[in-house]
Ligand binder design. Structure first.
Ligand SMILES: Nc1ncnc2c1ncn2[C@@H]1O[C@H](COP(=O)(O)OP(=O)(O)OP(=O)(O)O)[C@@H](O)[C@H]1O
Ligand SMILES: [Mg+2]
Length: 218
């Protein structure tokens, strides 16, 4: 599903140049659940941003289902993100003035979809959030907020879920609950990549990829 070949991402900050990805390669098959681990600054978030089409490689190739995403212009990249990618962040990134239901509605409105009420309520039911549909995110626990954010990512119909330290703000019990949810989604067919510092999170994944100074060790 995913193939990075000799991928490099260079940042120019003031006078020095940072190689956040340094001529690195890797392959991920459809249906995998992979943890990416490594010290702070090794390039995990950069990797996820590239895989999600949020940022572009400086050089090298990124194949997604045999298409070279690195060659896409802004419009094709936007469509790629919209059609294939779901993002989950450490800080949930929910719209706090909108209800749980309205947060899940956002991707559907962006796709001009209609008659989706049942789809949202079924998803909230599956996430154990049906009773909180009308709540504002800040009135929910951390785990509930993250489940809401996962629900919003699922509304895109994405095949690849990219999670950047999704349990970084949660306690260990809630972390387990969120990991159980990821495992269930993976069994239902989603490909999942999780950047994490947490060994317990990594243990739940089928494969661990270590990263060091912008290089993925497979
Ligand atoms: N927009 C940017 N401009 C300049 N340098 C950047 C930028 N984004 C990231 N970097 C640098 O690229 C390197 C990799 O950063 P990245 O955020 O990918 O690390 P990370 O592994 O996700 O770290 P953490 O575990 O702390 O989240 C770091 O040296 C960082 O300072
Ligand atoms: Mg990071």
């Amino acid at each position: 599903m995913i193939k990075l070949v000799d991928a490099t991402k260079k940042y120019n900050s003031q006078s020095n140049e940072i190689l956040a990805l340094n001529h690195t390669s890797m392959t991920i098959q459809a249906g995998e659940m992979v943890a990416v681990m490594g010290t702070s600054g090794c390039g995990k978030s950069t990797l996820l941003n590239i895989l999600g089409g949020m940022d572009r490689l400086t050089s090298g190739h990124y194949y997604f289902e045999d298409e070279d995403i690195a060659s896409f212009g802004p419009h094709k990249l936007h469509l790629f993100r919209k059609n294939h990618i779901g993002f989950v962040f450490q800080n949930f990134a929910l719209l706090n003035r909108q209800t749980v239901y309205e947060n899940l509605e956002i991707p559907l409105l962006a796709r001009n979809q209609r008659h989706y009420k049942k789809r949202i309520m079924d998803c909230l039911e599956q996430l154990g959030l049906a009773e909180r549909a009308k709540s504002l995110p800040l009135n929910l626990s951390g785990g509930q907020q993250q489940r809401c954010a996962i629900g919003r990512a699922l509304m895109t119909g994405c095949s690849l879920l990219l999670c950047d330290e999704p349990t970084g703000a949660l306690d260990s019990k809630t972390t387990k609950e969120i990991m159980d949810l990821f495992c269930k989604l993976n069994m239902e067919g989603k490909t999942i990549i999780i950047a994490t510092h947490d060994d317990e999170v990594a243990k739940c994944c089928k494969r661990i990829v270590r990263m060091e100074d912008g290089v993925l060790q497979q």
